[in-house]
Design a protein around this ligand. Structure first.
Ligand SMILES: [Zn+2]
Length: 123
């Protein structure tokens, strides 16, 4: 592909993406905006955490800590679990446990609902 062809293709892709955003149905736009907001919030939380590492509040070597997950018997590489609002470090979890907490809404209501479900009480 020549540089001219590449530029022509990029221009078309930009125009196509802009047209798709303009012509997006309202219900799809609502989903898109929620997803975008969630993504931006995660980026801000990650940025707060990195800033805490830079300022020495959190040890940078802790970022790729190896040990035992605070929730399950897993031993290996852990991720830093932090409060998304305050950026405070809560502990060290394996990726599946950290992901599970996030999927449950990262709040007491989500955990309580999961516990009730696990005990067979459903909603
Ligand atoms: Zn775990």
């Amino acid at each position: 592909m020549t540089p001219e062809q590449r530029e022509k293709r990029r221009a078309y892709q930009r125009e196509y993406a802009a047209r798709r955003r303009r012509e997006m149905p309202e219900h799809v736009r609502a989903i898109y905006m929620r997803s975008k907001a969630k993504h931006l919030e995660k980026r801000r939380a990650d940025s707060r955490l990195r800033s805490r590492v830079r300022s020495g509040i959190v040890d940078a070597t802790d970022e790729a800590r190896v040990g035992r997950c605070a929730l399950c018997p897993f031993v290996g590489a852990l991720v830093c679990d932090h409060d998304k609002q305050t950026g405070d470090i809560r502990g060290w979890l394996c990726t599946p446990c950290n992901t599970a907490l996030g999927r449950l809404g990262d709040n007491e209501a989500g955990l309580t609902a999961a516990l009730a479900y696990g005990r067979g009480k459903g909603r």
